[in-house]
Design a protein around this ligand. Sequence first.
Ligand SMILES: [Zn+2]
Length: 147
Amino acid sequence: MGLVGSSPTSSANLLNMENKKTFACAINCMDGRVQDAVKLYMQKNYSVDYVDMITEPGPNKILCDEQECDMAVIEDIKKRVGISVHHHGSKNLAVVGHFGCAGNPAGKEEQIEQLKKCKKVIDSFRFPVEVVMLWVEGDWQTVELIK
Ligand SMILES: [Zn+2]
């Protein structure tokens, strides 16, 4: 039916398809139990194809800890957010806390306070992204948007 001449598998078309893919970004815990939940939440709520994952153990503790603040790690997180924003065009970024975090032993309430501090730190990077705060429950599926 004349489809041979317009094969969608030509390299030019593939490149074109790749260029149309959309991305969001998440500063997530390295914990394997929360990867799918955060990815699915971002894909569903921001209509993106892919989610760039920036993972650390308990990132909400790392980004907000004024006493034990590790500037090298924070700079590295910032660099990776920059790649997601500038190279993939991410417009939405999540910072994540979760139940039972090995890297951040604080309870939910305290972690939410930490997330709010993190949002301020991330906003201070001045990337053109909207930052949302997420909490993942211990069923590893329920994701709560923190207001
Ligand atoms: Zn964790």
